[in-house]
Design a protein around this ligand. Structure first.
Ligand SMILES: [Zn+2]
Length: 87
């Protein structure tokens, strides 16, 4: 048996700490750009709370956390990802 130790991460919106499994991970991948749930590079986490992922400042918070400028189209990808994730 492999023992699973929960990896705790902070939601960039509410600043609460959660098990990483319950967070949406957004990564600025070195090769692939901004991707969700996978990738290597600077990452930000958002919890599964409508208050956080529907935050009107979420893009700004992500830009700050990832230290990058997000394309205007990013928010469309983000909303699609959130829709599949919160089902
Ligand atoms: Zn949150």
């Amino acid at each position: 048996m492999i023992q699973q130790t929960p990896v705790m991460r902070v939601c960039i919106s509410c600043r609460q700490t959660y098990d990483r499994k319950n967070l949406l991970k957004v990564t600025k991948d070195h090769k692939r750009g901004i991707i969700f749930q996978t990738g290597m590079g600077r990452s930000a986490y958002i919890c599964n709370s409508k208050k956080c992922y529907s935050d009107s400042k979420i893009k700004k918070k992500l830009q700050k956390a990832l230290k990058t400028l997000l394309e205007p189209e990013f928010i469309d990808f983000f909303e699609k990802e959130i829709a599949s994730y919160s089902e």
